[in-house]
Design a protein around this ligand. Structure first.
Ligand SMILES: Nc1ncnc2c1ncn2[C@@H]1O[C@H](COP(=O)(O)OP(=O)(O)OP(=O)(O)O)[C@@H](O)[C@H]1O
Ligand SMILES: [Mg+2]
Length: 254
């Protein structure tokens, strides 16, 4: 298994859209991806058409009641295996925040289960660096960081880099990061400036593929569908297919 945390503590930068559609693209390539929803908003679960679950059937129960991870796994029609989220995840910080070793809970849970084979596992994180995101970062082999091309988002990225650097200490390893520009509009000077500054800072760790706005990407979740099921010929489907191929070709999922 290769574990990818899709993380940025800034909200609304395209974490969920990226998790959903990279996973869907991997599924179409028969890579049998797993999506773990660690966001109390449970947006990726909703976008995959999984809603109104009891919290006992979700990742909240894994953290709260020590239910094995494979017990909450669902096989979806689009070949994604989903470990759904639930609003009760918002209580995990208060419940477990002070427990020693709590950040390793998800990693231990994944290691204890044999159900993953060599599956790519994508974790959709909440826009906060709390206990849940720490668990995602501890479990992750790599971090995929969606970022929008605006000043505040780039500022947020500085903080994120610092936080990841600090985490590398206790983890005793480098946290590999790959940044992907979302909601990108190359006609806007601000976007072009952001691209240049990210390119000089991240070099090859900035994805060549950029994701522009496409209304179909924001519509598909309302139908409980990924972009390929909703509109396979849309620009958004093309872009997420391209991003997935780029990540695969650069060994991101190995
Ligand atoms: N490329 C895009 N084109 C059009 N709409 C997009 C695109 N990317 C994201 N959106 C929309 O922008 C909003 C925020 O995206 P998304 O939910 O993926 O961000 P997020 O980082 O997961 O947010 P949060 O931090 O709240 O979890 C959503 O309504 C989504 O549909
Ligand atoms: Mg999200």
């Amino acid at each position: 298994m290769t574990v990818i945390a899709v993380f940025n503590q800034k909200g609304g930068v395209g974490k969920t859209t990226t998790t959903l559609n990279v996973a869907a693209s991997l599924a179409l390539l028969d890579r049998k991806p797993v999506v773990i929803d660690l966001d109390p908003q449970a947006h990726v679960s909703l976008a995959l058409g999984v809603r109104n679950l009891q919290s006992s059937a979700t990742t909240a129960a894994f953290f709260r009641d020590h239910i094995p991870l494979d017990r909450v796994m669902r096989r979806l029609g689009n070949q994604i295996r989903l470990l759904p989220g639930h609003p009760d995840l918002s209580k995990i910080d208060a419940l477990l925040g002070a427990t020693p070793g709590v950040a390793g809970t998800l990693k231990r849970g994944l290691d204890a289960s044999l159900a993953w084979d060599d599956a790519p596992i994508l974790i959709d994180c909440a826009p906060a660096l709390g206990v849940l995101s720490l668990n995602a970062l501890y479990a992750a082999d790599r971090v995929l960081i969606p970022v929008t091309a605006d000043y505040l988002a780039i500022q947020g990225l500085n903080r994120l880099d610092l936080a990841l650097n600090v985490l590398e200490g206790p983890l005793k390893r480098r946290i590999q990061r790959r940044v992907v520009l979302t909601r990108f509009d190359e006609t806007r000077p601000l976007c072009r400036e952001a691209l240049a500054s990210l390119k000089s800072r991240y070099g090859d760790n900035l994805c060549d593929t950029r994701i522009p706005d496409d209304p179909a990407l924001s519509e598909s979740p309302a139908h409980g569908m990924d972009i390929f099921a909703y509109s396979a010929d849309s620009p958004g489907a093309h872009d997420y297919r391209l991003l997935t191929m780029e990540l695969l070709s650069k060994g991101f999922f190995q």
